[in-house]
Write a protein that binds this ligand. Structure first.
Ligand code: CO
Length: 325
């Protein structure tokens, strides 16, 4: 949800809340959840991003998939959305903006989400995203902080969108709509979320701006730890190469600088940096019993998340929360 910084800034502030609040902003979960009745809870999230690629339709698709993702990460069903458009009128024509919105709409249609409206404002830097509302049964919410020691960790999409996007932005890589990272950023986490409903999911989150390590740390709340088998982590085509050429986004370097003291590893920087890469529309990370993990991976692969993998497990916390093996 990107509320970690906001959460810090709001710490100690008194904000109104009533007894229907189920998930607030204090645990950095993917969405806020509010009970409407004993059977239905409202799930809300908002996300907008600057352009990732130089193709307005694809950018619109990525922004929408990214915004919807937090709802799927709660195990919820998205129902309605509002467009949020910050329009860089100096550089982008109305035709281009229409393409961005069309890209977003195509993903809402695919997810069967009703667009209710939106808001536009002129801005010096282009941004687009959505505010999304969904529903979930109050007893079936997937939190990010409720994993159990011994759980297997399953990741549904490869890592490296930040690195690929940087290679594209620097003109080192040519944009192709069928390149695996681009396809993945446009791919909804919807089917993964639906398929996982059949399993005993203890915790779930989606991998976005704070990278795998940042979001896994949220999963390690209440003094839990995690071990990650770095070699098992799927990466997009070319990511290893770009890392060796030092094509690494600033956001990823910042994640590394900020989080490196929370990890234990004997691997070097180039081997672990992908674990810190800031993702756009990244995959879902599930914590579930070991004996169900292989079946979930099989299902996810069948559902179009071909590189799904068991990447590690939850542990009792050592000195550092996360061990990269
Ligand atoms: Co999220």
């Amino acid at each position: 949800m990107g509320l970690e910084d906001l959460g810090q800034m709001m710490a100690g502030m008194e904000t109104y809340r009533d007894q229907h609040l189920l998930v607030g902003y204090d645990t950095s979960d993917d969405c806020g959840v509010y009970a409407l009745s004993e059977e239905v809870a409202l799930v809300e999230s908002v996300d907008f991003i600057t352009p990732i690629v130089d193709d307005p339709f694809l950018y619109g698709q990525m922004a929408a998939s990214n915004a919807l993702s937090d709802i799927f990460a709660m195990g919820a069903v998205p129902k309605t959305a509002l467009n949020l458009l910050m329009w860089d009128k100096k550089h982008l024509s109305k035709e281009i903006i229409t393409e961005i919105l069309k890209g977003g709409a195509s993903k809402l249609n695919e997810a069967k989400v009703t667009l209710l409206g939106g808001h536009t404002i002129a801005d010096q830097e282009q941004k687009y995203g959505l505010s999304v509302s969904g529903i979930v049964h109050p007893k079936k919410i997937w939190r990010n902080c409720t994993a159990q020691v011994g759980d297997a960790l399953v990741l549904s999409k490869p890592l490296g969108t930040g690195i690929i996007a940087t290679a594209l932005k620097n003109g080192k890589l040519e944009l192709k709509a069928d390149c695996d990272a681009v396809v993945s950023m446009c791919q909804l986490n919807q089917i993964a979320s639906q398929m996982a409903q059949e399993f005993e999911i203890h915790a779930c989150t989606d991998i976005t701006g704070f990278g795998l390590v940042g979001h896994l740390l949220e999963m390690c709340a209440h003094d839990k730890g995690a071990s990650i088998f770095v070699e098992k982590i799927p990466l997009f085509d070319g990511v290893v190469d770009w890392i060796s050429k030092d094509v690494i986004p600033n956001g990823t370097r910042e994640n590394y600088a900020f989080l490196k003291q929370k990890i234990k590893t004997s691997l070097d920087f180039s081997q672990v940096i992908a674990c810190f890469d800031a993702q756009t529309s990244g995959g879902l990370l599930f914590a579930l019993p070991q004996n169900q993990a292989h079946m979930l991976v099989e299902r996810l692969r069948f559902g179009g998340y071909e590189q799904s993998e068991i990447i590690g497990q939850m542990t009792k916390r050592d000195q550092e929360a996360i061990e990269l093996l």
